[in-house]
Design a binder for this molecule. Structure first.
Ligand SMILES: [Zn+2]
Ligand SMILES: [Zn+2]
Length: 136
């Protein structure tokens, strides 16, 4: 069931790969994901951190989120958002779905932080909505 996932930034300076299956895939509509992605939401693939092999150097922007600090890793050369880390879930890493070499494999399980979604955001009505985060 483990499939190989690989991807990277737009310029190729940062690459990652893993043999681990995604733990969760979700669309985050919080303001921070809007700002970091430049659009309505961040499509993220949550992976076990230890199983992800990263080559190249991401620069991380650290910011306090709703429930602790979040670090957003982007390529310092091309600016592509690639990875996300949460202090309180330090064994996990999330990668942006569009950074995958095969983004079509992305299957989001839910929409989170929909309370801060923009009016021009088009969501799949069939997905569960969590207005204030993954648990609520
Ligand atoms: Zn790059
Ligand atoms: Zn978010």
């Amino acid at each position: 069931m483990a499939q190989s996932l690989h991807g990277g930034c737009a310029c190729g300076a940062v690459r990652y790969e893993t043999g681990a299956a995604p733990i969760l895939m979700l669309n985050c509509h919080c303001r921070h994901c809007q700002q970091a992605s430049g659009t309505a939401y961040a499509a993220t693939v949550v992976l076990p951190g230890k199983a992800v092999k990263m080559t190249g150097e991401l620069r991380y922007h650290r910011r306090e989120g709703n429930k602790g600090f979040v670090e957003r890793g982007f390529c310092p050369t091309c600016g592509s958002p690639v990875a996300l880390k949460l202090d309180r879930l330090s064994d996990l890493i999330a990668v942006h779905a569009a950074s995958l070499d095969d983004p079509a494999m992305y299957r989001p399980a839910m929409d989170i932080f929909t309370a801060s979604a923009q009016p021009w955001d088009c969501m799949n009505p069939d997905l569960p909505k969590r207005p204030h985060g993954p648990q609520d």
